[in-house]
Design a protein around this ligand. Structure first.
Ligand code: 3H9
Length: 691
């Protein structure tokens, strides 16, 4: 095949030119790919023999978008716009042949082609919103011209990857090819286009689908309302909508101007920088420096879960969702039945929302086998203990597992804070023991903290990473220390939030500050949700802490309709003067003078010690890299992704400022704020912690 450059080939066979891109891993539109497309299309147009052109990709996918790693660098080679202009204005029909995913700039290139053919397994989408962006290569103007404004907004603000058959229905692709003969079918389709003298379809000229929505402001305001809760704090969804509004209300070229202007704003802003960082961090977290790609991976064909409570049930569902059978163990039939019926109810709720079918519910439940004896786990490849957080209990279970589990099985604990090495020492095979810390609700939350024990084998770590990917989790490997990475950092925030109440900030003021920062809820709303009486004992309570006093007053949280807040029958919360009084009385008995606390102080007091703890974690080697800490906090604790995570956020503020702030707080409030020596070194030596 004649090569145009390192990543493109042009092959002319009778009257069809086939332009093939081959730029692993995902054929992103790097300078090389753009150059290849440019020269390839140009020379096919100039070649008199050629009557139509097919653009196709080698490897796992069609073009998956612009090359994100090039963003922010000096532009090289032809721009994407030049490439698209050449394709769209070609006097010869151009067909894009899609397999894998046509995403972002990839779909935008396909939308400048005159026709699109796709294999059934392929998907198309404009997922730029997930990078804090909008489609900046005409996608915002062309997509609505094919699918209409409503669908375009849905696709662009969700970033959904739409299956080929739905794309066909929407007119986004024109033909479906056979799964195994895309090239052949695309060439046949191109021949058919020539034979039938089909027109050179330019999506930009097709206004029919958008005309009906011109001036329909309600369409946009309703759409904004429908996504408001989900997109709180994000800029990109709103800008995507504004582009579709422009597509509907302005001529194509004017709409393109709006798109470029808003794209540039997003691209140069901190939200997109944070989201692009998160994209790479998530993938980087899968890589463990001392574990090679070729490390042996244990096949997980059957999973055992010990404990059918909220955690055990949620964990089991992850495996059933991907077709892996699970044996779930409880102490007795009654608890087992309760646990299994909660799982069924969860699945049925999902089916009611239309996300899975009734058939899926039965299929998944059919994979869950309840048992009451640990002995039933003897054929499992992975066993996850998810019982009450009590060291003696866990030790006892692992001791038993040692004589039950088959040779080579992975023995995992879902502990959220306990010492995995101590648990492993109960077995004769500590190399097979690991922590797999899921987050509640375990069937929903994306994060999995993989806790690597002192003796955990490389193969067990690699296999845990592989199974995490299979069940659609984002994994980060952490070391053994109290609370690991996530809860260890959380403890800092919680401590300061509690202290702030006794200085004068009210619980809802603290919650509001953190909610406005972007967290889904503040620490006190979270405590109310979990229940204030966890670990509290009525008999021994002596009114020594605010929590004691609230529990003694029957304020146990959401379940008693009052805790830090008051709750109505729909669980809507409101501040409660009674709580304010309890706090005032408590402060008075301790002779504490309450003062005004600003929102800014609340944020600094809560967030700076978290960043500081991150540095301590790095210094102790409990996280592999700074971005892993951010992955944990974004995907496990709701740190707003557009702020990148505690470490990224710290870098935005400036680590010198964080250090200065910590020193000032240390002077005022004591050693809780003593800066980590590593942070001091990073500031002093200007170390980049993100490389
Ligand atoms: C855009 O297009 C802007 C335009 O509108 C306007 C321009 C003017 N660039 O996810 P995986 C790497 S914005 C660079 O593990 P999978 C990734 O880092 C873009 N690199 O595989 C990883 O590297 P490594 C809009 C990229 O099979 C490797 O490829 N497009 C890009 O699970 C494998 O990735 C998107 O947002 C990229 N665009 O999933 C799509 N994409 O092996 C983003 C991937 O070193 N990509 N890499 O860790 C995806 O959603 C998934 O990668 C995809 C494959 C579904 C394609």
């Amino acid at each position: 095949m004649p090569s145009l450059n390192e990543v493109t080939n042009l092959d002319v066979d009778s009257r069809i030119a086939v332009l093939t891109l081959n730029s692993p891993p995902v054929n992103a539109l790097s300078a090389n790919v753009r150059e290849g497309l440019h020269i390839g299309v140009k020379s096919a147009i100039e070649n008199e023999e050629v009557e139509a052109i097919v653009i196709i990709c080698e490897g796992r996918t069609f073009i998956a978008g612009a090359d994100i790693s090039e963003f922010g660098q000096e532009p090289k080679g032809p721009s994407l716009y030049e490439v698209q202009d050449m394709i769209e204005s070609s006097p010869k029909p151009i067909v894009s042949a899609i397999h894998g995913t046509a995403l972002g700039g990839g779909l935008e290139v396909a939308l400048t082609c005159h026709y699109r053919i796709a294999v059934p397994s392929s998907k198309c989408g404009l997922p730029e919103v997930n990078l804090g962006l909008l489609p900046g290569a005409g996608g915002t103007q062309r997509l609505p011209r094919i699918v209409g404004a409503q669908k375009a907004m849905e696709m662009m603000t969700s970033g959904a990857h739409i299956p080929a058959n739905q794309c066909l229905e929407m007119g986004l692709v024109d033909e479906i090819a056979n799964e195994d003969s895309l090239l052949e079918d695309a060439v046949n389709f191109a021949n058919q286009i020539i034979n039938e003298k089909r027109p050179l379809v330019k999506v930009r000229d097709n206004d029919e689908k958008i005309n009906k929505d011109r001036g329909n402001e309600e369409l946009f305001s309703n759409f904004r309302k429908s996504i408001a809760r989900k997109t709180r704090g994000f800029l990109a969804p709103e800008y995507n909508i504004q582009c579709v509004e422009a597509a509907v209300n302005k001529p194509f070229d004017e709409g393109i101007k709006v798109e470029r202007e808003l794209f540039t704003k997003l691209m140069t802003g901190s939200q997109s920088a944070a989201q692009r960082y998160a994209f790479f961090s998530e993938r980087q977290a899968n890589k463990v420096p001392d574990i090679s790609k070729d490390e042996s991976i244990k096949e997980i064909k059957k999973v055992g879960v010990i404990g059918a409570g909220t955690m055990g049930g949620g964990i089991s569902m992850n495996f059933a969702n991907v077709g892996i059978p699970v044996t779930i163990i409880e102490q007795n039939e009654e608890r087992l039945e309760r646990g299994i019926s909660v799982m069924r109810r969860n699945y049925e709720n999902t089916a009611r929302k239309g996300r899975i079918s009734e058939n899926d519910v039965e299929k998944r439940m059919g994979l869950i086998n309840g048992q009451t004896s640990l002995g039933s786990l003897n054929d499992c490849d992975l066993i996850i203990e998810a019982v009450f957080e009590n060291m003696d209990l866990k030790k006892d279970i692992f001791k038993q597992l040692d004589s039950i589990a088959k040779e080579g099985a992975i023995l995992a604990s879902n502990t959220s804070a306990l010492n995995v090495n101590e648990i492993a020492a109960e077995t004769s095979r500590p190399e097979d023991v690991i922590g797999l810390h899921f987050f509640s609700p375990a069937n929903v939350m994306r994060l999995l903290e993989i806790v690597r024990g002192e003796k955990t084998s490389k193969s067990v770590v690699a296999s845990s990473l592989a199974i995490a990917k299979k069940i659609n989790k984002i994994a980060a490997v952490v070391g053994v220390c109290p609370g690991f990475v996530g809860n260890r950092i959380l403890a800092q925030r919680q401590r300061e939030a509690n202290k702030l109440i006794l200085e004068g900030a009210l619980p809802w003021e603290i919650d509001d500050a953190l909610y406005d920062f972007g967290f889904p809820m503040g620490p006190f709303a979270m405590s109310d949700l979990a229940g204030l009486d966890i670990g509290w004992n009525k008999e021994t309570s002596k009114g020594e802490t605010l929590r004691d006093l609230l529990c003694e007053a029957g304020r146990l949280g959401q379940k008693s309709r009052k805790g830090f807040y008051l709750y109505d029958e729909n669980r809507n919360k409101s501040p409660d003067p009674e709580v304010e009084q309890i706090i005032r009385d408590f402060a008075e008995t301790r002779q504490i003078r309450l003062r005004d606390v600003t929102k800014e102080e609340i944020l600094e007091r809560c967030l700076y010690p978290m960043i500081n703890e991150g540095f301590k974690i790095l210094e102790e080697g409990m996280a592999i890299r700074a971005s892993d800490i951010d992955v944990v906090w974004v995907y496990g604790y709701g740190w707003p992704i557009y702020e990148g995570g505690p470490m990224f956020y710290g870098s935005l503020i400036g680590f010198d400022k964080i250090l200065e702030g910590l020193k000032q707080m240390e002077e005022k409030f004591g050693p809780d704020f003593t800066p980590s020596p590593y942070l001091e070194r990073v500031v002093e030596e200007k170390i980049n912690i993100f490389v």
